[in-house]
Write a protein that binds this ligand. Structure first.
Ligand SMILES: Nc1nc2c(ncn2[C@@H]2O[C@H](COP(=O)(O)OP(=O)(O)OP(=O)(O)O)[C@@H](O)[C@H]2O)c(=O)[nH]1
Ligand SMILES: [Mg+2]
Length: 393
């Protein structure tokens, strides 16, 4: 397939189309060529100019590509026009992400969530395609175009399926809710791993709880939530640690909605372990994207501990000087620990920080001890007061 990126002057345009390539490979597709276009604004009909479209067509022919994939979202009309122009199937990033989620979903809940996101995506496309047909048949007032009845029927069916899927999800959610209350009663300290996809959350999860969650050099290797007890020593006792779905730039909106139940883990957590791929040159942008999703799901106020992971992969001159410090996110100094889930470096410091947070959670009044994070009493003071407010009594 041919990858196409259109630079519309937004910051962080992915010049190399690296992430799109990874997404394609994750979906089992093989990128054979890449091409970049630069425009002030997308063309209404073809998204790119017709000259560029011809270039894409030639490139596809040269490489024997069977599909074209755009990094930017196409409107249904642009997608159709492009397919006609290029004589090849054309897809965009959103559709690709939906496809990956559909391939990956394993649990009943995961499958329902993906199905819901897909249906919602399809239904918005139909609505737009419908108005397009109305134009064809002479304006919004005129009814009865040939395709219209069919589309109306399709819409009704999709609408009903969406409703049914939502109800089934609601049921699964209620069951989850019960589990959650049970957990709260046990008064555990709940830690949730969050972070950009491929940051190393599952690898870190496995290293911390000696589990064997699926970790792979793929985007969205994890879709379902896994939770394990994490023993943090005599003082802190046990905490629960959850590994869950990763985030990505421009996560299709329906997916965030549909995955609300899965992401609920993060919303209800006492502490978010925000895992960052420190070896990725785009890590700052990835942190910003994770923050955006956390805001969207209502988890922006959950205290965080940053784990800058993969330090083993950093060049010697980029290796951190200290094992921990703080890093500013949205104007807040967040405690940060440098680690490698692969070779285990930094993990003792991480455990110590978690133990301290768990102990503070247990006895919110206790002053921060002379533990490893004494340098940042404020952050952990915040965590303690947050929990005392949130506790059920
Ligand atoms: N060099 C290096 N690679 C790592 C480290 N931790 C994880 N990886 C690799 O990074 C890739 C992604 O790891 P995962 O643990 O699956 O990442 P994830 O954040 O769970 O990803 P998703 O579930 O897809 O969102 C795998 O190939 C891991 O082997 C690390 O500390 N150092
Ligand atoms: Mg994972």
């Amino acid at each position: 397939m041919v990858l196409v990126g259109v630079d519309l002057g937004f910051p962080h345009f992915d010049e190399e189309l690296e992430e799109l390539g990874l997404l394609a490979e994750t979906a089992g597709l093989r990128p054979v060529a890449r091409i970049i276009a630069r425009r002030k604004a997308p063309d209404a009909a073809l998204f790119v100019g017709s000259g560029k479209a011809d270039e894409i067509k030639m490139l596809a022919q040269q490489h024997g590509a069977v599909e074209v994939l755009f990094d930017q979202s196409l409107s249904p009309a642009q997608q159709r026009n492009l397919e006609r122009h290029l004589e090849l199937p054309v897809n965009d990033r959103t559709l690709l992400i939906l496809q990956i989620f559909a391939q990956r979903a394993r649990s009943h809940e995961g499958k329902l969530q993906v199905e819901l996101a897909r249906l919602q995506y399809v239904s918005t496309r139909l609505v737009r395609r419908w108005s397009h047909l109305e134009r064809q048949t002479g304006g919004a007032g005129v009814r009865g175009g040939p395709g219209e009845k069919q589309i109306e029927l399709d819409r009704r069916m999709i609408g009903e399926t969406i409703k049914r899927t939502k109800e089934r999800l609601q049921k699964v959610k209620r069951q989850r809710g019960t589990q959650r209350r049970q957990r709260e009663r046990r008064d555990t300290f709940n830690i949730s791993l969050v972070g950009y996809t491929n940051a190393g959350k599952s690898t870190l999860f496995n290293a911390l709880v000696k589990a064997r969650a699926y970790a792979a050099d793929q985007l969205f290797a994890t879709l379902d939530t896994t939770t394990r007890q994490l023993y943090l020593g005599a003082d802190a006792g046990s905490a629960s640690l959850s590994d869950t779905v990763g985030f990505i730039r421009d996560l299709p909106h329906g997916l965030v909605d549909a995955f609300q139940a899965t992401l609920q883990e993060a919303i209800d957590a006492d502490l978010l372990l925000h895992v960052v791929d420190a070896a990725n040159p785009d890590f700052a942008e990835q942190i910003a994207q994770v923050q955006r999703v956390l805001h969207e799901i209502g988890a922006a106020d959950v205290p965080q501990l940053l784990v800058f992971n993969k330090i083993d992969a950093l060049a010697d001159d980029r290796k951190p000087l200290a094992e921990r410090d703080t890093y500013e996110i949205d104007g807040v100094q967040v405690p940060r620990i440098f680690a490698s889930a692969r070779d285990g470096s930094g993990l003792p410091a991480l455990r110590a920080a978690l133990a301290e947070a768990a102990a503070a959670h247990r006895s919110p009044m206790a002053p921060p001890g002379d533990g490893p994070l004494t340098g940042q009493p404020d952050e952990f003071g915040t965590i303690a007061s947050h929990h005392s407010k949130a506790s059920p009594q």
